[in-house]
Design a protein around this ligand. Structure first.
Ligand SMILES: C[S@@+](CC[C@H](N)C(=O)[O-])C[C@H]1O[C@@H](n2cnc3c(N)ncnc32)[C@H](O)[C@@H]1O
Length: 212
C-alpha cells in the first residue's frame, strides 16, 4: 500500500480497534438503507458479490442469507475490521485487505470482475472517494451492477439536527458526499452504464445503482 494508503489504513485501525466490537449493535440505529440495498441486489446462485470496505462483514452475512448460493467477497483497508469480518463469515466469504481506490481484484480475491458490487457507507470515509467509485465501476462483470448507499444531503432534517449529525460524524472522519449523485452520473456516463438513483426519507441516505 502507498504511504497515503497506509496512513489511512492506520487511521481506520485506530478508529475501529475498539469500535468494531460494538459496531453492528450501534450502527443499526443510524446507517439506514443498507437492508434496502441488500433486498434489491437480486444476486442469483453462483453470482459473485463483492463488498468494498466491508467492515465487520454485517452486510455480506445478510447477503448470504437473502441470496443463497451467491459467492461472497469482501475487501477492507482495516486489518481490525477484517478480524470481525472473518469471525462473522468464516469460510463463507473470501476476504482481502486493500485500498478500495486501487487494488488488484484478481490477485487479492481471485476474481477479475463481479456480478454485484456494494459500497455501503464507505465513500463517506474514503478521502479519494471518486476514485473508489470509479474503481468499483471498473469491476462490474457484463450484465452486472454496482450498488451504493451512503449519507444523503440531510436536507429534510431540521437544520440544527443536520448540523449536529454532521459534527458528530466528523468525529469519526465521516463526511456525507453531496457530490455523490453527480459523480455517480458522470462515472455511469463515461463507462456506458445505466444509473437509477433514489433518496431515502428526509434525504438521510442516497442509493445509486449503476448497471452494465
Ligand atoms: C462506516 S464503515 C462501513 C462498513 C460496512 N460497509 C457497513 O455498511 O457497515 C466504513 C468502512 O470503510 C473502510 N474503509 C475506509 N477507507 C477505505 C479504503 N480506502 N479502502 C477500503 N476500505 C476502507 C473502513 O475500514 C470501514 O470498515
Amino acid at each position: 500500500m502507498a504511504s497515503r494508503g497506509s496512513s489511512h489504513a492506520a487511521l481506520m485501525d485506530e478508529i475501529y480497534r475498539g469500535q468494531r466490537h460494538i459496531y453492528d449493535l450501534t450502527r443499526k440505529y443510524y446507517l439506514f438503507g443498507r437492508d434496502t440495498l441488500i433486498a434489491g441486489l437480486d444476486a442469483r446462485p453462483g453470482m459473485r458479490v463483492l463488498e468494498l470496505a466491508c467492515g465487520t462483514g454485517r452486510n455480506l452475512a445478510k447477503v448470504g442469507k437473502a441470496w443463497p448460493g451467491a459467492r461472497l467477497f469482501g475487501l477492507d483497508i482495516s486489518a481490525e475490521m477484517l478480524k470481525s469480518a472473518r469471525a462473522a463469515l468464516g469460510p463463507k466469504a473470501r476476504l482481502g485487505q486493500g485500498d478500495a481506490c486501487s487494488f488488484d481484484a484478481a490477485a487479492l480475491l481471485g476474481e477479475p470482475a463481479f456480478e454485484r458490487i456494494v459500497l455501503s457507507y464507505s465513500l463517506s470515509m474514503i478521502p479519494e472517494w471518486e476514485r473508489a467509485l470509479d474503481q468499483a465501476a471498473s469491476l462490474i462483470a457484463p450484465g452486472g451492477s454496482l450498488h451504493v448507499v451512503d449519507f444523503g444531503d440531510l436536507s429534510g432534517l431540521p437544520r440544527p439536527a443536520a448540523r449536529l449529525l454532521r459534527a458528530w460524524l466528523a468525529r469519526f472522519h465521516v463526511s456525507p458526499r453531496e457530490g455523490l449523485p453527480a459523480a455517480a452520473r458522470r462515472i455511469a456516463q463515461t463507462r456506458g452504464l445505466m444509473i437509477a438513483s433514489r433518496r431515502g426519507p428526509l434525504g438521510y441516505y442516497q442509493l445509486h445503482v449503476l448497471s452494465a
